[in-house]
Design a protein around this ligand. Sequence first.
Ligand SMILES: CCCCCCCC/C=C\CCCCCCCC(=O)SCCNC(=O)CCNC(=O)[C@H](O)C(C)(C)COP(=O)(O)OP(=O)(O)OC[C@H]1O[C@@H](n2cnc3c(N)ncnc32)[C@H](O)[C@@H]1OP(=O)(O)O
Length: 258
Amino acid sequence: MTHESHRVQMARSLGRLLKGFQSLTSLPAMRAQRSHPSACVPCRTTVALPSLFSFKPRDFSLPNSSWSSEMMRLYDHYNSQCEVEAERGETRGGPWQRLPSYNRSLKYATGGVYLSKIIQSRARLFTRNIREPGAAFEYVLFVNKEEQRCVCIFQAGHLLEGPPGHVHGGAIATMIDNVTGTHATVLSGPVMTANLNINYRSPVPLGSTVLIESSLDTKEGRKTFISCKVTSTDGSKLHTEATALFLSINVSHLLRGG
Ligand SMILES: CCCCCCCC/C=C\CCCCCCCC(=O)SCCNC(=O)CCNC(=O)[C@H](O)C(C)(C)COP(=O)(O)OP(=O)(O)OC[C@H]1O[C@@H](n2cnc3c(N)ncnc32)[C@H](O)[C@@H]1OP(=O)(O)O
């Protein structure tokens, strides 16, 4: 296989992946697969995966034993407001949809097994590359398409320390980029971060659970502008504020190395 045909195949694979990711929010239902004993929401169903996934990879956005009771309470709160499948495949109620989260992109895309062997065998999504539950980034994202906003429930583990007892600013920036970037992808398809502006207002205690909320400011041509804030779970404390600009890209942009 020539270098050029590798690139073409990878472009196709990435294109399918991004399309699949975006179409997730328009699937009949983003059903909750629950694995935590204390979770008690009415919809006990399985996760809907896009057809491009050839087998079931681990969905990191589902509860695990490291999740605090506050993390579980908020997960249940949003999960219980998620779209559920009613009879005959129709959907019922629920303004929110939970976004599943995997640690390898290409491996699970059609053709990705081949590509992953050559190019991507060791690549992992930055925020999902530590196996020990609770050690680093524990989070789940919910999207509200009508209100064009996202909510992420984030529990910061002990490996994310910056100032003693508090979360590293780079880890907070990573999560803001992750949440706003995912939100922009849902709204606009393939994008890359062009600008990220962050004001750190108060430190985030290590081990705590916080809310990261993002909302669409405006879309202008290829540009998607998003605002974001990190707060305590009761909303009383503002930890961080950010604005971000995402530019829509053609996937070939990634293959050219930018
Ligand atoms: C990739 C898709 C991933 C999707 C995954 C789906 C599966 C989901 C799984 C898991 C979710 C995880 C989600 C994580 C998300 C993380 C996202 C990141 O961290 S991305 C890495 C950091 N970003 C970079 O490395 C970009 C580097 N920069 C570039 O590549 C280029 O500069 C780029 C693409 C941003 C723009 O380049 P140009 O050539 O396409 O566009 P030009 O012509 O320069 O600009 C177009 C317009 O935008 C303005 N512009 C460009 N940069 C600007 C800036 N920094 N500030 C303000 N305006 C800017 C320009 O002034 C111009 O505006 P006028 O059309 O004239 O009005």
